[in-house]
Write a protein that binds this ligand. Structure first.
Ligand code: AMP
Length: 203
């Protein structure tokens, strides 16, 4: 932010600056939507979910899925998404190309949506992948499917500008990273904070 001196304000107009340091109260409508999603999570069974529209998902996620032409869940998605939405720990194993990425990205987006995550809440989900290529692929899918959410996401991998990352580490709600780079931030960067974190994913 630039340094504005009182006398530099044109025509001595008063400038009102609103600084939000507290979370704004959420609307009744959003609270009702979230309650309905949570209730549906308890009532539904995975075999009922033939398409993504049958899952208890926010309209933001459904819009991202529809736009990316994802209509029917794959087996690993059908088996795991509901469990993760119910807050259970999930261990999944499936072949390459079976749709594992969406199987964990959808619950990440939904967990943060249902917790009404904002930029003030910091890091909510951490995805650790073994290679830079995988991290980049996951990041691209997240950008597409999470397009209608308001979360900030960071790709934290070796070979990128460490200085740039260092200053922005506390502004990421979702981090997709490789282990080496993550350790570096954990060791050296006071802005790395996972106090509020809800989801940790090892790929
Ligand atoms: P992954 O196993 O996550 O790397 O996904 C492998 C490929 O399957 C990617 O090209 C995805 O775009 C695609 N894919 C994932 N989920 C679905 C789905 N539900 N419907 C159609 N294609 C999918």
């Amino acid at each position: 932010m630039s340094n504005l001196h009182k006398n530099n304000i044109p025509n001595k107009k008063k400038v009102k600056v609103k600084i939000f340091t507290k979370k704004q109260k959420s609307s009744k409508l959003i609270n009702t939507v979230i309650e309905e999603l949570n209730q549906k999570c308890k009532d539904i069974v995975a075999s009922d979910c033939k398409t993504f529209n049958d899952f208890p998902l926010s309209s933001n996620t459904l819009k991202g899925l529809n736009e990316s032409k994802y209509v029917n869940p794959t087996d690993i998605q059908r088996e795991t998404i509901l469990l993760a939405l119910q807050g259970k720990d999930v261990l999944g194993a499936a072949q390459t190309g079976s749709g594992k990425t969406l199987a964990f990205l959808i619950p990440i987006l939904e967990t943060m949506y249902c917790n009404q995550w904002t930029h003030l809440d910091g890091l909510g989900a951490l995805v650790i992948t073994p290679t830079r290529e995988l991290a980049l692929q996951i990041f691209e899918v997240l950008r597409k499917v999470g397009k209608y959410h308001n979360f900030s996401a960071g790709l934290i991998i070796g070979g990128k500008d460490l200085k740039f990352e260092r200053k922005r580490m506390d502004q990421c709600n979702i981090i997709i990273c490789t282990p080496g780079r993550l350790l570096q931030h954990m060791d050296e960067n006071p802005l790395f904070d996972c106090f509020n974190m809800k989801v940790c994913l090892l790929f």
